[in-house]
Design a binder for this molecule. Structure first.
Ligand code: UDP
Ligand code: MG
Length: 139
């Protein structure tokens, strides 16, 4: 069931810097298979809806402005232990704290512009995937 899926976005700093292919390669090399993927851009209202869980946090305005500022790649990924294994692959939220070899250590520029999103639970992975993809778009 949902325990083997997670959801990711490649964020506008990553797509804008030309890292899309490199990051997707890293994800595939780590053993994740792509179940759905799209290149798209969020409106501010859509970013506010996606990050509604963070609406009371001080960085909400900056985060939603940033996430709607350029293209993103959204994807549903499958692997055993997908949610925690993907969090290990991307590293800590702040790239200064991200372990060597993680995607954020390599590609992120700041705590806000940190290259990739990764779901924090199976429940949120399912909700976040459904925000972007219909059943028809899953393969
Ligand atoms: N963020 C930020 N400032 C902060 C903390 C987070 O701009 O002080 C942004 C950052 O882009 C992060 C996102 O808000 O990825 C969601 O925060 P969360 O704590 O869920 O971090 P994540 O799960 O992405 O590591
Ligand atoms: Mg999070």
């Amino acid at each position: 069931m949902a325990t083997n899926r997670t959801f990711t976005m490649l964020k506008p700093d990553a797509t804008g810097a030309g890292y899309t292919g490199k990051i997707i390669d890293r994800i595939i090399d780590a053993g994740f298979s792509i179940k759905a993927m799209k290149w798209t851009q969020l409106s501010l209202a859509e970013a506010e809806a996606f990050y509604a869980v963070h609406s009371e946090r001080p960085f909400f305005g900056e985060l939603t402005a940033y996430m709607s500022s350029g293209p993103i790649v959204a994807a549903i990924l499958e692997k055993d232990n997908a949610v925690p294994d993907f969090r290990d692959l991307i590293g800590a939220t702040d790239p200064k704290d991200a372990a060597a070899g993680t995607i954020r250590a390599e590609f992120a520029t700041s705590i806000a512009a940190n290259a990739v999103h990764g779901s924090d639970s199976d429940e949120n992975a399912a909700l976040e995937g459904a925000f972007y993809f219909s059943q028809r778009e899953l393969a």
